[in-house]
Design a protein around this ligand. Structure first.
Ligand code: HGY
Ligand code: MN
Ligand code: MN
Length: 422
């Protein structure tokens, strides 16, 4: 699907930032749950977001298309497939009851940068990408959209089912796309100059340091596990308190140890965010409980040691409680390094904009993680007052968004100069 219209004149960074804020608010209105921002992979609000973004991209004269994984791509420049291309973007899915800016900000800043650069002759095309799925909420698999573009999408994922039993394959088909063509979404790494992502920091550092933006040094590694505790189900009223094999009690023993362990290791993040008790009714002792484990650290060996230690702890706790525990899934993701060239362009752009360059680690995962498998990547963080994210209170300031647009546009310009010289 492609659309193209005449282009309006470009606007100032401040005016573009105002428009990013109003557009973020408009997209927040597209949700599965009125009054909350919830957009899971290829649900109807994603289609509504596509329609708005397609209109805004077409107004800018971008060539717009949707790939088989549901990514929406607006190209500034030559649509020929062998054109060198710089990708700029982020994701448009959200966690349940999420914020307005996580993901969306990177897409809208990308559109603003395309606006700034629309009359500049660049040695590459610029693709503004709205990735269809980063959070991993609907199918417990993050980065579906960026994995498709990076060429690492595993067709086995198409058989994964959501909490209503709908396969990923069926969800893609229901969206009007062809799952068996997802391999066509991959870019040829020889054509890709790199990937730049702007994202709210989702943490306190830039606010504490009094900085509007910062360059990401690396993205912490992350292990996503699912553990199953198995005990014995029973009638809540007739089963004596001894001996009981309540799987939820054993899971609870582990959960409290997870936090203690996380606090004992410098820089570690250890979280249990998902609990599923079966049959999850008031008058039945849970015989089976699934819990997630989200373990993150900048150093992969520390993270891997933490995963091993917490699995040992789970086995000890289960044994003490007379239960069993098994690891249903362990998705390790190594720490992600940033491209030296692209990061230098961001630093030089900050310098050119008379900002003192500043850099920081990302504890959160981003599409840049999946994109780094195939392309050079770099990230620009935007100050996030209170650092509250994955929550409706998530916010950014229009002034900081204007700085991000200015810095990113300068970085793309410097990259063009650098590539034209070499
Ligand atoms: O979980 C994360 O780190 C990201 O927000 N998806
Ligand atoms: Mn997120
Ligand atoms: Mn995000």
């Amino acid at each position: 699907m492609s659309t193209k219209m005449d282009k309006p004149a470009s606007m100032s960074a401040d005016a573009l930032a105002d428009r990013v804020m109003s557009r973020s608010a408009a997209l927040a209105g597209h949700t599965e749950e009125p009054g909350r921002v919830t957009r899971r992979y290829l649900t109807p609000p994603i289609k509504a977001v596509h329609l708005e973004l397609t209109r805004w991209m077409a107004e800018l004269g971008l060539h717009v298309r949707t790939d088989a994984a549901g990514n929406l791509v607006g190209r500034l420049g030559d649509p020929a497939p062998d054109t060198p291309v710089l990708l700029i973007g982020s994701h448009i899915d959200t966690v349940p009851n999420g914020g307005k800016y996580d993901g969306v900000l990177g897409v809208l800043v990308g559109l603003a940068v395309a606006d700034v650069l629309q009359d500049r002759a660049l040695p590459f095309a610029v693709d503004v990408v709205a990735f269809s799925e980063e959070e991993g909420v609907r199918y417990a698999k993050p980065y579906l959209g960026s994995a498709a573009i990076a060429g690492t999408f595993d067709p086995d994922w198409l058989e994964r089912r959501d909490d209503r039993g709908v396969t990923m394959r069926a969800a893609i088909e229901a969206f009007g796309l062809e799952p068996d063509k997802i391999a066509d979404a991959a870019y040829d790494p020889r054509r890709v100059v790199g990937y730049l992502e702007t994202h709210v920091e989702q943490g306190p550092v830039l606010e504490r340091e009094g900085r509007p933006v910062g360059v990401v040094t690396a993205i912490a590694g992350q292990s996503r596990l699912m553990l199953r505790f198995t005990g014995e189900p029973g009638h809540a009223g007739t089963t004596p308190m001894f001996p009981r094999k309540d799987a939820l009690v054993s899971a609870a023993h582990l959960i409290s140890e997870v936090q203690d362990y996380g606090r004992s290791i410098q820089g570690l993040r250890a979280t249990v965010g998902y609990v599923r008790a079966h049959p999850n009714v008031r008058n039945v002792i849970p015989g089976e409980v699934d819990i997630s484990l989200d373990i993150r650290h900048a150093m992969d060996d520390v993270r891997e040691a933490a995963v091993a230690a917490l699995i040992d702890t789970a086995e000890r706790v289960a044994k003490e409680d007379g239960m069993t525990v098994e690891v249903l899934e362990n998705q390790p993701q190594p720490a992600t390094a940033m491209s030296g060239l692209l990061s230098r362009m961001l630093h030089e752009a900050m310098d050119e904009a008379e900002l003192t360059p500043f850099e920081l680690l990302s504890g959160a995962g981003h599409d840049a993680v999946a994109m780094a498998a195939s392309f050079p990547v770099a990230m620009l963080f935007v100050r996030h007052p209170d650092g509250v994210s994955h929550h409706p209170d998530e916010r950014v300031s229009v002034a900081d968004v204007a700085v991000a647009i200015d810095v990113l546009a300068r970085a793309v310009g410097r990259l063009a100069d650098e590539l034209e010289v070499n």
